[in-house]
Design a protein around this ligand. Structure first.
Ligand SMILES: Cc1cc2nc3c(=O)[nH]c(=O)nc-3n(C[C@H](O)[C@H](O)[C@H](O)COP(=O)(O)OP(=O)(O)OC[C@H]3O[C@@H](n4cnc5c(N)ncnc54)[C@H](O)[C@@H]3O)c2cc1C
Length: 469
């Protein structure tokens, strides 16, 4: 997939407009967007494969799907998923708390709607498109860990663990929650002192996340939440009724990320899942029935936090490196895509003349303003995801019971309003045409916003465009 060798000392290293460290969802989105926009990039991924057969499943939301649609991969993703329709909330004894078809309406009203897909398949589709769009002067390196960075006035120098060197106008760290680019930024900020990432990236929760073959009683398009003190369950479905599930666990303490449990499967995960085998997850279905049909599972800690510093003059972090959330509201991957869109919109935005042409050197852009905006939005969403997590794991807690008690009263309109509000202000990629679906989405959202701003509605159903009868 392209290779570089260390330049002889007299020769200048190859130069790129953007160096991307990490080929996960954030890095692949950025690579695809660079390809669309004609930006010359070098992407480095430590693993040997851009679509490793690991990572279970992921739910994609409208804000991410609109960007993926612009990048030309939505149709292929849609072929491997089914839209979510119905979400049911149960108490720990299988008592029905609330059932909503808001996700079905969301798709109908706005064009996208939540989709569940195996993560491996998503990455495979994105990586396949990246390969197809790669031009001769783009670089994609696999099995290649970037180890050191150096920033000068006019460039960033990136050195891999193998000793290869390139330079770039801008370095983007899309290297996940244990980001070395973030450590580099922290060190510059703190005059070389060690990164304090444990202070802003913490772990209070863990989960076993798995995939099971279809289970009678759980239909394609179904989602389920079971609220339970200390151990809660979240289930959604993919194509053919494949069941994607999480068993969440409150660790009972909050520790710095480096002290959280890392990765463990096998006996420990198995024993943990068996503890909740008796919990009802649908009429006539126990979690044990889902677990018995598992194809894969993994137990891992769930870090959460917002990086203290997101950028230097020519270096910026995106995705989990900058904003890490618990998975309860299906936000992290979708937010990574938003970060890519905003970064490129700023870079290529004509208003401030932020680029001196797509083939020339990228001018320095006002990273502080951009990061401040992203930090504000992602901080809010991170807190929202954590609150959702806490409510599911502690439905009778002091700070959560009010939300839990509201569940039986929530209507489809309430849920759809909540979902829609979270997409307000989400960016698409400027300079890349929207598809017909993307335009429909924008128009529907704009008309919702208009009703909301002018208060020209008599009830919530009318506001979100649902039948009012
Ligand atoms: C259990 C679970 C369920 C989730 N469910 C959802 C969901 O339903 N919806 C949703 O939107 N989000 C979900 N998320 C969050 C989502 O998975 C993440 O937000 C997203 O994957 C972040 O992507 P990323 O590219 O920023 O980081 P990562 O996926 O961590 O990718 C970083 C990449 O960088 C590479 N790398 C690291 N260091 C280097 C280096 N020095 N040199 C080269 N390469 C390097 C790594 O190998 C890796 O491939 C979930 C998360 C978890 C844990």
């Amino acid at each position: 997939m392209g290779s570089i060798a260390p330049p002889p000392s007299s020769q200048k290293p190859d130069h790129y407009q953007i160096a991307i460290v990490g080929g996960g969802i954030a890095g692949l989105t950025l690579g695809l967007a660079c390809a669309k926009l004609g930006i010359r990039y070098a992407l480095f991924e430590a693993r040997s494969n851009l679509a490793p057969a690991e990572g279970m499943a992921i739910a994609l939301q409208d804000n991410g799907l609109r960007i993926l649609d612009q990048l030309g991969v939505y149709e292929e993703i849609a072929r491997h998923t089914v839209p979510m329709q119905r979400w049911t909330h149960y108490d720990e004894n299988g008592g029905l708390l609330c059932e909503t078809n808001a996700f079905g309406y969301q798709r109908h009203k706005f064009g996208y709607g939540m989709l569940g897909i195996e993560r491996h398949k998503l990455l495979e589709i994105m990586a396949g498109e990246l390969r197809r769009r790669r031009r001769g002067n783009d670089l994609i390196r696999l099995s290649c860990r970037v180890s050191t960075f150096q920033e000068d006035e006019d460039k960033v120098t990136v050195t891999t663990a193998d000793g290869d060197v390139i330079t770039a106008d801008l370095l983007v760290g899309a290297d996940g929650v244990r980001s070395s680019v973030r450590t580099f930024i922290d060190a510059l900020q703190a005059g070389g002192h060690p990164s304090k990432s444990d202070e802003y990236m913490t772990t209070s929760f863990a989960n076993v996340h798995g995939i099971s073959y279809p289970v009678d009683g759980i239909a394609e398009g179904d989602g389920i939440t079971v609220y339970r003190e200390g151990t809660s369950l979240l289930i959604y479905t993919g194509k053919g009724g494949m069941v994607y599930w999480h068993v969440f666990e409150d660790l009972g303490e909050t520790v710095g990320m480096s002290r959280g449990p890392r990765y463990y499967s096998g006996e420990a995960a198995d024993a943990f899942c068996r503890l909740v085998a008796h919990v009802p997850v649908a009429p006539g279905v126990l979690f044990g029935d889902v677990y018995a049909r598992r194809t894969a599972y993994i137990r891992l800690a769930l870090e959460t936090g917002i990086a203290e510093t997101w950028h230097t003059a020519r270096t910026v972090i995106i995705g989990d490196a900058a904003h890490k959330m618990v998975p309860h509201a299906a936000l992290g991957g979708n937010q990574a895509m938003e970060s890519v869109a905003l970064l490129l919109n700023e870079l290529l935005g004509s208003g401030s003349g932020s680029s001196s042409g797509r083939s020339g050197a990228l001018a320095i852009i006002p990273l502080p303003a951009l990061c401040e905006r992203r930090c504000a939005r992602t901080s809010k969403l991170r807190s929202m995801a954590e609150m959702t997590c806490r409510t599911q794991l502690s439905p009778h807690g002091e700070h959560t019971s009010a939300t839990y008690r509201q569940l039986p009263g929530l209507t489809d309109a309430d849920w759809l309003l909540k979902i829609t509000m979270s997409f307000l202000g989400a960016p698409a990629l400027e300079g890349v045409p929207l598809t017909e679906r993307g335009r429909f989405y924008d128009e529907s959202l704009a008309s919702f916003q208009e009703r909301f701003a002018t208060q020209t509605y008599s009830n919530k159903a009318e506001l979100v465009g649902l039948p009012t009868g």
